[in-house]
Design a protein around this ligand. Structure first.
Ligand code: NAI
Length: 330
């Protein structure tokens, strides 16, 4: 049997946390043969709610769970962590400026970065879910200089899976039938879900769709639907997507660790300047994973002027977010 690994989760008593913890504990993220310790980290005011979540977690008697820690002390929570799922962050309060929210959340992730650097394993893999996820991830990685920056990813998988689902539904196929799809840029309404290279059973998606009709549908329906999906869910459900976000956090981390049969993924990762995305920004890219914990950006893709324009819009937003938190990036 494998040695247990430690998974730290912040925001464990929140909406996403409530959906995430049980999937994690069931083995959905690290596999059915990987025992885990779960370290649930919350703010002091949420410790009572967290107690309830952990009571339910125990009541599932999951065989893989070898220990559960509930704490509002992040140093204790990230101690020896092999994986960190950073879900906890502050939602925008009424009338608050976006730049103030950025700074406030940035402060949380600055602290977490420092703590990870100090107490987590140097091999720790981190997935940032809390918004603005890409910029929070940049801040975390910046403040954890002893952990390789490739070990920090921001969650773009929900956007990826939303795109796959819409593209598949349209043609009456399964999401898994579509390959070579990815989402560029920020996890926000400026993201660019990109069907340019997508294939359906080897044939291009565009061709299968019908060359003539594709562009209009892509630009007027597909892209806006995926970009606005989060808002549409809030509108319909009365609160933001939680179960699908938890699923995406599990899926992104799982595929990063275990691979996914050569399919492209979207992960928010540090740009090395690829495709004109400024070096050092965390952006969505098409990536491939090797099944041994490594990923690489898909290389040498031709980029059209339409793509360039779409990617550019989202990159502009990422740059302005980075500017807003410049003081946390010394
Ligand atoms: P929520 O408000 O229900 O839960 C957040 C929890 O985090 C709360 O229980 C809070 O006490 C806790 N928390 C806040 N700061 C913390 C800290 N410093 N340490 C530990 N815990 C802390 O929010 P929900 O719905 O669970 O969403 C969480 C975040 O995920 C939000 O920022 C949301 O915008 C983001 N999100 C990201 C998505 C993505 O695709 N990247 C998709 C959906 C949501």
């Amino acid at each position: 049997t494998k040695t247990p690994v430690t998974v730290a989760v912040t925001g464990a008593a929140g909406n996403i946390g409530y959906a995430l913890m049980f999937r994690l504990a069931s083995g959905a993220m690290l596999g059915p043969d990987q025992p885990i310790y779960i370290n649930a980290i919350e703010l002091p005011f949420a410790m009572e709610a967290l107690k309830g979540v952990i009571m339910e977690l125990r009541d599932c008697a999951f065989p893989l769970v070898k220990g559960i820690l509930a704490t509002d002390d992040a140093e204790q929570g990230f101690e020896n962590a092999d994986y960190a799922l950073l879900v906890g962050s502050k939602p925008r309060s009424k009338g608050q400026e976006r730049s103030d929210l950025l700074k406030e959340n940035g402060g949380i992730f600055e602290t977490i970065g420092r703590i990870l650097n100090k107490v987590a394993k140097k091999t720790c893999k981190t997935t940032v879910v809390g918004n603005p996820a890409n910029t929070n991830c940049l801040i975390t990685a910046h403040n954890a200089p002893d952990i390789p920056s490739e070990n920090f990813s921001s969650m773009m998988r929900l956007d990826h899976d939303r795109g796959l689902a819409q593209a598949a539904l349209k043609l009456g196929h399964d999401p898994q039938d579509i390959t070579e799809f990815a989402v560029w840029g920020n996890h926000s309404a400026t993201m660019f879900p990109d069907l340019t290279y997508a294939r359906l059973f080897g044939e291009t998606y565009r061709h299968t769709f019908g060359n003539k009709e594709f562009d209009a549908w892509n630009e007027k329906e597909f892209i806006p639907t995926v970009q606005q999906r989060g808002a549409a869910i809030i509108e319909a459900r009365g609160s933001s997507s939680a179960a699908s976000a938890a699923n995406a956090a599990i899926a992104q981390t799982r595929d990063w660790v275990h691979g996914n049969d050569g399919r492209w993924l979207t992960m928010g990762i540090k740009s090395g300047g690829e495709y004109g995305i400024p070096e050092g920004l965390w952006s969505g890219f098409p990536v491939e994973v090797d099944g041994e914990g490594n990923y690489a950006i898909v290389k040498d893709l031709p980029i059209s002027s339409f793509q360039e324009e779409q990617i550019g819009k989202s990159v502009k937003e990422l740059l302005s977010e980075r500017d807003a938190v410049a003081e946390l990036l010394h």
